[in-house]
Design a protein around this ligand. Structure first.
Ligand SMILES: [Zn+2]
Length: 305
């Protein structure tokens, strides 16, 4: 039996078409049968195409969400404050900004649910569910400021402690976001490896990892800063001793914020590249679906390779 259609070796990506099923890959030595058993082309073209579309959606929303934040800041700090000279609507602009970002986050989650879809029995079940739970944290993290402003207005218009408490919930949702981004990177890398495209998945996977690291850094430095404030708010003498540490924390917070901004440039590029690879795989799978994976070797093929 020989491989009838274009199947990339899961070890190195070499095209195994026409290779005997019992042989090993001439490039990396992996058994051909292993590539036939493990290839992601068995997920079928429709599923791979759906993943590619969902990744493109997720990447587009990753571009839109920071732009919404910038629009909110411009509306509040320049149009309302400078031109109209009022701060009366500031918190509602904030609520609206984070509200629409939360809505985009919800759309993003839908995209992620589709993108991380994998058939049962293909392994990585736990990671898939972690990824999905983590994705749910994204709209929650983005909606916390909006929710806290609305609750504040409804329940305690004069008592600002509620807003203080809500600030601590956001970093927890950020941790879910970190898990999601890391798992999405791991899953994309895994899928592309099984499609024989590991060497071409680099930028996409690493851009997602950079985002995960910078989100984790932001969460940790935010919590550290809040902890310092909480510990020394009433004790200024002790605070003066800890001041250098406070500076270090603020510097690292600025550093990770910069890292996050850089990763937000690379994530859409990387995700679009991953989506293009998946589209390529879906085209290969389409061809494979049309016929059988293997066929009898033509007589005499072994004698005249
Ligand atoms: Zn190989």
């Amino acid at each position: 039996m020989i491989v009838a259609t274009e199947v990339p070796c899961v070890g190195c990506g070499y095209n195994l078409q026409m290779q005997p099923v019992g042989a090993v890959c001439t490039e990396c030595g992996l058994p051909v049968q292993q590539s036939l058993d493990q290839t992601i082309l068995r997920w079928w073209s429709r599923r791979l195409k759906r993943m590619a579309i969902a990744l493109r959606w997720a990447a587009t929303l990753t571009i839109i969400m920071p732009l919404l934040l910038v629009a909110g800041v411009v509306l509040d700090d320049i149009i309302l404050s400078e031109w109209l000279g009022t701060h009366a609507y500031s918190q509602w602009v904030g609520a609206g900004t984070f509200g629409t970002m939360g809505l985009c986050g919800a759309l993003y989650v839908v995209a992620v649910f589709v993108a991380t879809d994998a058939p049962r029995g293909q392994g990585r079940g736990v990671s898939r569910w972690l990824c999905r739970l983590g994705a749910l944290c994204i709209p929650l993290a983005l909606a916390v400021p909006t929710l806290s402003i609305i609750l504040q207005e409804l329940l305690h218009p004069t008592d600002w402690r509620l807003l203080e408490y809500m600030r601590f919930i956001m970093p927890l949702f950020m941790l879910g976001w970190v898990v999601h981004v890391e798992r999405a990177a791991a899953l994309s890398g895994w899928v592309l490896q099984r499609g024989g495209m590991k060497s071409r998945a680099g930028l996409g996977v690493w851009s997602l990892r950079l985002l995960a690291v910078s989100l984790l850094g932001l969460t940790v430095t935010f919590l550290a800063e809040e902890l310092l404030i909480w510990l020394f708010l009433d004790d200024m003498a002790a605070w003066s001793q800890w001041e250098p540490i406070g500076k270090i924390i603020r510097l690292s917070m600025g550093g990770t914020a910069l890292l996050a901004a850089i990763s937000l440039i690379f994530v859409p590029i990387g995700a679009f590249k991953l989506a293009n690879r998946l589209s390529e795989l879906s085209r290969l799978a389409e061809v494979a679906e049309a016929g059988s994976w293997t066929r009898e070797a033509p007589a005499g093929a072994a004698a005249t390779p």
